[in-house]
Design a binder for this molecule. Structure first.
Ligand code: ARG
Length: 403
């Protein structure tokens, strides 16, 4: 019998994949990566077994996800189209890596995923799988079957006695890991309407957010967050703690009309409290510790880095080269940033770094000013010289042959 390993999340799509693949004559083995999803491992196991599976691998990959995928992206300052800190995009190559591993251990010639034909995730999964084992055949049931709506899928699942979670958020497609939640479809497809309250998955709507300021202090060493409020924490714990604190203060929800890899624009809501707090604090520390040219250039790198991750090209040489560049820039990104969180806002309160390039003696307007004021005039004269009307524009005008 042909064997397939299915990347199973416990959601409606991958649940429906089980009977569909079985009907195609496959023996189905499931693999679930725990990156901090909405289902607990025991819940997942129960659901998979009830769906007619005999074997499921569940692997807690939160640490590897945080250290190897999230952290480089945080250090790079990568943010897609200004609002997406790439939670789903970062997770896919890691899931693919273990999917390929399980397929090898199971001697399976096929792997399957529950991604749609117009999404980015199919691209990320398949690019990664093809790199790791080009011989594996990939099945994407959602590109093949003719279940054309969530309602049809629910009917199909019920017919095959597959447990489906009918919850208040059932009309949305949700992907959750420790770095963030992605919410799309259902009522969110109507851009003329405000997102309903039931589209809030972890973050409190501002109105219901804590009505007090919450202070947090983050210590970074070489760009890595190592302490929260003075307490040493590993990255997974630190992120999970910040998610809870941030979510209760209404932090980290963004609403983006984004450019998908396949060329369409789509609307996605993201909830990423910890990611936004860390991104903001990290950037603040860089503002203080990086010299101007490095900071400017890193902005360009951040932009391109985010595109590579989003587009499933994290295995590229360019991304590797960016990581080396970024690590070089992080050598002095150490220190503490204190922030206060209040009703959806992240407000910087204090900054402190042994590598700070801010020199009060140069910046002050007070009596301790050590800035060389006499040098300013000459500096400005040379700085603007190439653009002076007399020197350049007149000369260019006299060479204007357009008439
Ligand atoms: N648009 C996001 C991305 O491409 C998330 C995709 C998954 N979203 C979802 N709601 N299931 O990375």
């Amino acid at each position: 019998m042909k064997k397939v390993v299915l990347a199973y999340s416990g959601g409606l799509d991958t649940s429906c994949c089980i009977p569909w693949l079985k009907n195609k004559g496959f023996e189905v083995v499931c693999f679930s990566a725990n990156l901090g999803s909405e289902f607990s491992p025991s819940d997942l196991k129960k659901r998979a077994l009830k769906s007619g599976i005999r074997k499921i691998y569940i692997k807690d990959l939160r640490k590897e996800f945080a250290d190897q995928y999230v952290l480089p992206c945080l250090k790079a300052g990568a943010c897609y189209e200004g609002k997406y800190l790439l939670s789903t995009a970062l997770g896919r190559p890691l899931i693919a890596k273990y999917l390929v591993d399980v397929a090898k251990g199971e001697n399976a010639g096929f792997v399957a995923h529950g991604c749609t034909a117009k999404g980015n995730d199919q691209v990320r999964f398949e690019v990664s799988i093809n790199i790791l084992n080009p011989k594996l055949k990939i099945i994407a049931p959602l590109r093949e079957w003719n279940l054309n709506s969530r309602q049809e899928e629910i009917k199909y699942a019920k017919y095959h006695k597959i447990p489906v979670k009918i919850s208040k958020n059932k009309s949305y497609s949700i992907d959750k890991n420790i770095w963030g939640v992605s919410v799309e479809a259902g009522l969110l497809e109507d851009l003329g309407k405000e997102p309903p309250l039931n589209s809030y998955i972890t973050v409190k709507p501002v109105k219901k957010a804590l009505n007090k300021e919450v202070y947090v202090d983050i210590e970074f060493r070489k760009g890595v967050p190592i302490k929260l409020n003075g307490k040493k924490m590993d990255l997974v714990n630190l992120i999970e703690k910040l998610n809870r604190t941030g979510a209760s203060c209404g932090i980290g929800r963004t609403d983006l009309i984004e450019d998908r890899v396949v060329g369409i624009k789509s609307r996605e809501i993201y909830e990423a409290p910890a990611a936004w707090i860390l991104y903001t604090a990290h950037r603040e520390l860089e503002n203080m510790t990086l010299d101007r040219e490095t900071f400017y250039f890193k902005e360009l790198v951040s932009l391109k880095y985010a595109q590579l991750i989003y587009q499933g090209l994290g295995a590229s040489k360019l991304k590797q080269a960016f990581d080396s560049f970024v690590d070089e820039t992080q050598k002095c990104v150490s220190g503490n940033i204190s922030l206060k969180l209040y009703k959806g806002n992240i407000i910087i309160v204090k900054r402190n770094s042994p590598f700070s390039l801010y020199k009060k003696k140069l910046a002050t307007y007070g009596k301790d000013d050590e800035f060389d004021r006499d040098a300013a005039q000459g500096f400005i004269k040379l700085w603007g010289m190439p653009y002076r009307k007399l020197d350049c524009c007149k000369m260019q005008q006299s060479h204007d042959y357009s008439d």
